[in-house]
Design a protein. Structure first.
Length: 134
């Protein structure tokens, strides 16, 4: 895809994309840590620029799972809703169909179309609720 758009497929770009694929959900800082294990000279600015390029190309997408950096994942994955535990930070996924009635209601009443790929619900996971993580 990069070559088809007149861009070079550099080793750094490959490493960043592979890190996102391997990590599943990763912040730029986590991608940077993974890439540095293979190529120590890659700086965080390169990671941010590469993630932005990969997102423009439709290879990765991001969502906000906390107050900090966005979290990236492969764009080819099925759409999913993120469940983020405020206590332990665990991230789980649910099928967006569970939000179907709400999505339909928002469309009908407000003309609002929900971008499921960017939906994150925050709360407390069952393990923290039961005291298993504390």
């Amino acid at each position: 895809m990069l070559r088809a758009r007149g861009l070079r497929l550099t080793a750094q770009r490959q490493l960043v994309l592979q890190a996102v694929l391997d990590l599943g959900h990763a912040t730029p800082e986590q991608v940077h840590t993974a890439v540095r294990e293979v190529a120590a000279g890659v700086n965080i600015t390169t990671i941010y620029r590469t993630l932005e390029l990969l997102e423009r190309l439709g290879l990765v997408t991001h969502t906000h799972l906390s107050h900090g950096s966005p979290t990236y994942h492969a764009a080819g994955e099925h759409q999913h809703v993120h469940l983020v535990c405020r206590d332990c930070g665990a991230i789980d996924e649910i099928d967006p169909e569970l939000l179907g009635p709400l999505v339909d209601q928002l469309a009908a009443q407000r003309g609002f179309r929900v971008d499921i790929g960017h939906v994150s619900l925050f709360g407390v996971c069952g393990r923290c609720e039961n005291g298993d993580h504390k």
